[in-house]
Design a protein around this ligand. Structure first.
Ligand SMILES: Nc1nc2c(ncn2[C@@H]2O[C@H](COP(=O)(O)OP(=O)(O)OP(=O)(O)O)[C@@H](O)[C@H]2O)c(=O)[nH]1
Ligand SMILES: *[C@@H]1O[C@H](CO)[C@@H](O)[C@H](O)[C@H]1NC(C)=O
Ligand SMILES: *[C@@H]1O[C@H](CO)[C@@H](O)[C@H](O)[C@H]1NC(C)=O
Ligand SMILES: [Mg+2]
Length: 380
């Protein structure tokens, strides 16, 4: 051993000895080097003194104000990266509605949800939560799609500056929401669903049960916002819809809402649709014969990939044509925002009593881009 090494080892031994000597004889030294203290020095405090119970006044349970619950669930499609927006949406629907009703949640994703995602969500509600993986066949571009043609379609929409024009994952999402979410094993055990997206807002208390209302009043589909679709995303859709109706006239409901979809008695599509990021609906309608045939027919045409068909137009066209108009419900009472549009209750008493945070003057209902006037004509 050379002299330098021997010197280093001696110094090292001395430091260790002093450390242990101080550690066992001096409490302040132990405290000073504890992990806690080191953490605090870095600005992290992991133990705080508990707040004494006497500062928590007792109050009536604010949860579960109902004995009846429908056969219903929330459904939230999200990516792991959507966690913050999802937390915010769930927090709002819990505060405004679900702490009184405790309807369960189903979260769906084509990738496994991470522990981080589940951990962030699970603390928000006492309702049951299930996390589901979407099967590959329900999500990815099917093999019957001609990828060259699909790529041409994407490039065209990119060139035209259409939002999500080049995105394949957006197309997967739209096709899944059109034809598959209600066939997911976790969804099969329910009849009703309320679709929620990350980053939306519920502006008013919802003290009534929309599911119970829909069930008792024989409704199949409910919306809060209606608007126009981008024509470039659906150039061939209406032609296929007309062909389908010619093939299966028996599926057309007697008192349908064709007047909402068309200003020419079905000849052309006026692009009106219900905005499907908010939906409360009866899955037996999507699972039924008419919609099953309709979706399969359209899916085979390839427009989810060759164009960029959205689930909002597909759902809306089906609901408007295959259900009578009195089975479609507009919920004025539900203040709802999905950037950039907000529906704020028109009814002043609702707005006041349900403590809405939206500005009625800025409600989308009678905006120039809204289709609400057309809907009013159907029901009015
Ligand atoms: N798991 C998963 N969820 C997705 C994917 N793309 C979109 N989603 C979800 O599908 C829903 C609709 O997607 P959004 O990106 O909100 O689409 P959008 O509402 O048309 O458009 P913006 O909200 O304006 O961006 C949301 O609930 C998203 O979290 C995806 O690739 N994987
Ligand atoms: C209040 O809610 C808690 C948790 O859900 C439950 O354990 C408790 O029994 C409830 N108390 C009353 C008075 O209902
Ligand atoms: C709820 O609805 C689903 C789908 O219609 C059905 O399979 C299930 O039996 C229903 N559950 C109850 C408790 O009624
Ligand atoms: Mg969205």
């Amino acid at each position: 051993m050379n002299v330098t090494l021997r010197y280093i080892l001696t110094v090292f031994g001395a430091v260790i000895s002093i450390h242990y000597l101080l550690f066992f004889t001096h409490a302040e030294y132990r405290q000073a080097i504890s992990l806690d203290t080191l953490a605090r020095l870095r600005g992290v405090v992991d133990t705080v003194p508990p707040m004494p119970d006497r500062y928590y006044p007792s109050f009536q349970n604010a949860t579960l104000s109902t004995s009846y619950r429908a056969n219903a669930t929330f459904v939230i499609l999200a990516r792991n990266s959507d966690v913050q927006g999802t937390v915010q949406s769930v927090r709002e629907i819990e505060d405004r509605f679900n702490r009184r009703f405790r309807y369960p949640y189903v979260f769906l994703n084509e990738e496994e949800f991470t522990d981080e995602f589940k951990n962030r969500i699970s603390i928000l509600t006492s309702a049951k939560i299930e996390y589901g993986l979407i099967s590959k066949e329900h999500w990815y571009q099917p093999s019957f799609i001609d990828e060259n043609k699909a790529e041409e379609g994407r490039n065209y929409l990119i060139k035209e500056g259409v939002i999500y024009g080049g995105s394949v994952s957006y197309r997967n999402m739209c096709r899944f929401n059109s034809g598959f979410f209600f066939r997911h094993p976790l969804m099969e055990k329910y009849r009703w669903y309320w679709r929620i997206e990350p980053d939306v807002h519920f502006h008013c208390d919802i003290r009534f049960d929309p599911f119970a209302f829909m069930e008792e009043n024989n409704k199949v589909y409910a919306f809060t916002i209606a608007m126009y679709e981008f024509e470039k995303t659906i150039p061939s859709l209406w032609g296929h819809v007309k062909d389908f109706i010619k093939l299966y006239p028996e599926y057309l409901a007697k008192d349908n809402s064709m007047g909402f979809l068309s200003d020419s008695d079905g000849e052309t599509y006026n692009l009106c649709h219900f905005w499907s990021n908010f939906e409360i609906a009866d899955m037996s309608f999507w699972r039924g014969e008419a919609y099953t045939k309709f979706f399969e027919y359209l899916d085979q045409k390839g427009g989810f990939y060759y164009e960029r068909w959205g689930d909002a137009t597909i759902h809306s066209i089906a609901a408007a044509l295959f259900a009578p108009s009195n089975q479609i419900q507009f919920f004025d009472q539900i203040g709802y925002e999905h950037n950039p549009y907000t529906h704020c209750p028109r009814d002043e008493a609702t707005w006041r009593e349900e403590k809405c945070t939206c500005d009625p003057k800025r409600s989308f209902d009678y905006d120039g881009y809204s289709c609400m006037r057309k809907w009013d004509r159907i029901v009015g």
